[in-house]
Design a protein around this ligand. Structure first.
Ligand code: MIG
Length: 622
């Protein structure tokens, strides 16, 4: 049963698409108090209580024992210490044997979930600002999630080709770079469906422009690649360069499309293009206007985009940068000491994504003036929604690929997400894996992390294991930073293994896509924790490095370097399929219980439930 309670929402988010009547607060069974910090909800946690959800976050699938915050943030150090990442996914599920309770906080500002961090046996949620609270109580965890997903509306499903393999790298700068990648894949007989363009394709980082020197015949290239079944997927950043004569900027200034400072002037921030302004997407007309800008690239044959920097991520605000430099300049001519060095470091470290800056610019949320800090968490969602709503107008009969870095619940209807700036670390494979069910709970089905790791140098074994991990993950994109070791699958020795893994993926695409569509249609999770599927199995409850995919598959990837296998827990009798390629594989039946499974580097292994075997085999042998 779903219940809604109003706590003075800042602005409409449309996160919930179902119309639900408000209940009287006297019916609310959770203890609620209000103070200067915001509204607090407190609940006792028994030893057996597990807490799930929160979408994109570090740490476990069971979220107990840490404090999480919803505050969309571009910070590339994805470590266990983090309390928030790029998205705000305010849905949690509290489970015991007796009870399955879902809580959704439809808020635009900061929310904190202290899940047994301050007090081991207490859950304390703190919401700053206004919001709507939804409680969902059902018989099982899966039913709570289904009910929640039903009220937030149908999840985004990409075009089928978007389940192919995508090659990306921040550093493909020119038409020649792109052609070199294509030929690398062709020569090595590796399938490829997408090449991603990072910020360098633009004319000086101006959205919706193309650098003519680097891409003299952009449309020709798009056509040429499409004939080979490869789509070019350009990046779009949130901020717009300040430059007279640049159409997007000029139009935006003329029609008040950008966020303003308290005097009503455009608020200037610094991002890749230098001085920039932020589209005020809290405003419906601005969303329509910004969305329509995608036409420029759609008209050139582009069929998909990735939206970046939309937390929004700010290197600095112009006003703070100036202030900071002035303060540093005061030190000129002095006998500089360590404390000066530390002070300067500190000043510089405070420039990016500064909360004071978020308080100093304003939105026109369809008539209501709101400071950015109060609506920060829906900014990326609304930017992405702007694009999706325009695609619908541009061609209602076509599916477009769209995913975003920043997000909040509501955006799940418009696009997918990628998990941001991970690193070439083994532990980040596990982070990707663990975020899958949490994101599915919040409606995001088309998701994935940068395969191979974005930052730092990858290794061939890491990349191989990562390919194997992503075979069942809808968004499979290899992406990396310019300074890192190249990580295209033909840059190492075991090209054949990469080829085999990709061929297995391509064979499975019809199955994965069918499951994805089914889960979107019926509000199911594509990736389920074992705990949800086997609620009475104590071992299943604590297993976080295995997941159920769809109806019949269980995944148990290898997450450690130099491991040639791993322990797997089977909650029921299953068949183990070990594949070297689509032609060469073995099938073994295993009983319920613990098993050590050998999984060499050149092998992709997964499990199927009894009833799923012939179905899966049909796909593989087609
Ligand atoms: O400030 O466009 O997460 O995927 O390659 C960094 C450059 C901006 C961050 C994205 C990453 C992308 C990079 N971007």
């Amino acid at each position: 049963m779903v219940k809604k309670y109003g706590f003075g929402k800042e602005t409409e988010t449309d996160a919930v698409s179902e119309k639900i009547e408000e209940s009287s607060k006297s019916e609310l069974e959770i203890e609620a108090t209000t103070d200067a910090e915001g509204t607090h909800f407190t609940m006792e946690l028994t030893d057996e209580t597990a807490v799930y959800g929160l979408g994109e976050q570090m740490r476990g699938i069971n979220k107990r024992g840490w404090i999480y915050t919803s505050r969309n943030m571009d910070d590339p150090s994805l470590t266990e210490s983090r309390e928030s990442l790029y998205g705000s996914h305010n849905f949690i599920l509290i489970t015991t044997k007796e009870r399955n309770l879902g809580i959704f906080i439809d808020a635009t500002g900061r929310v904190t979930y202290d899940i047994g961090y301050t007090k081991y046996d207490e859950l304390r949620i703190t919401v700053s600002g206004g919001f709507d609270l939804y409680t969902i109580e059902e018989r099982t965890a899966l039913e709570v999630v289904r009910e929640f997903r039903r009220i937030i509306g149908k999840s985004y499903v990409p075009p089928k080709w978007a389940l192919g393999y995508g090659q990306s790298r921040w550093g493909y700068k020119t038409e020649a770079d792109v052609r070199e990648i294509v030929s690398g894949f062709e020569k090595n007989k590796l399938p490829l469906s997408m090449i991603y363009l990072d910020i360098d394709y633009m004319d000086r980082y101006k959205d919706f422009t193309i650098d003519k020197n680097r891409f003299p015949d952009f449309e020709g290239l798009v056509r040429e690649l499409k004939a080979k079944g490869i789509r070019l997927i350009p990046i779009i950043d949130a901020a717009i360069k300040v430059e007279e004569g640049y159409e997007v900027y000029d139009e935006g200034v003329k029609n008040n499309r950008f966020c303003k400072d308290k005097e009503g002037k455009e608020f200037i921030v610094g991002v890749w293009p230098g001085d920039s302004v932020l589209p005020d997407v809290l405003n419906k007309e601005t969303r329509e206007w910004f969305g329509e800008k995608y036409k420029i690239l759609l008209d050139k044959g582009i069929e998909g985009f990735w939206n970046d920097m939309n937390e929004p991520s700010l290197f600095y605000s112009k006003q703070n940068f100036v202030k900071c430099i002035n303060e540093i300049a005061e030190k000129k001519g002095k006998d500089l000491q360590a404390e000066d060095f530390n002070h300067i470091n500190y000043l510089l470290s405070q420039l990016a994504n500064n909360e004071e800056d978020f308080k100093s610019f304003y939105h026109n949320a369809d008539g209501k003036t709101i400071s950015h800090d109060k609506v920060h968490n829906v900014y990326g969602y609304l930017l992405t929604r702007a694009a999706a709503e325009y695609f619908e107008k541009y061609n209602p009969n076509k599916k477009y690929l769209l995913f975003s870095r920043s997000s909040s619940i509501g955006m799940h209807r418009y696009g997918g997400i990628w998990m941001g700036d991970n690193a070439s670390w083994w532990v980040h494979m596990l982070s990707e894996f663990k975020m899958l069910p949490s994101l599915n709970m919040c409606g995001f089905l088309y998701v994935g992390a940068d395969v191979g790791g974005f930052d730092g140098n990858t290794t061939e074994d890491l990349l191989l294991r990562w390919f194997a991990l992503n075979i069942f993950i809808p968004l499979m994109r290899n992406h990396s930073v310019p300074q890192s070791r190249r990580q295209e699958p033909y840059m190492f020795g075991k090209t054949e293994v990469f080829r085999n893994f990709l061929n297995i993926r391509y064979k499975l695409i019809p199955y994965i896509y069918e499951e994805l569509e089914r889960c979107a249609e019926s509000n199911e999770m594509l990736f389920k924790p074992l705990a949800f599927e086997y609620p009475d199995d104590e071992r299943a409850k604590e297993t976080e490095d295995q997941l159920i995919f769809g109806k019949e598959v269980m995944l148990s990837p290898v997450f450690e370097q130099n491991a040639s296998g791993r322990y797997v827990y089977l909650p029921e009798k299953m068949k183990l399929i070990k594949m070297k390629s689509c032609e060469e594989f073995t099938v073994t039946e295993l009983e319920q219980g613990d098993h050590y499974i050998k999984i060499p580097l050149d092998t992709f292994a997964f499990f199927v439930k009894e009833n799923g075997y012939s179905k899966i085999m049909n796909y593989i042998q087609k």
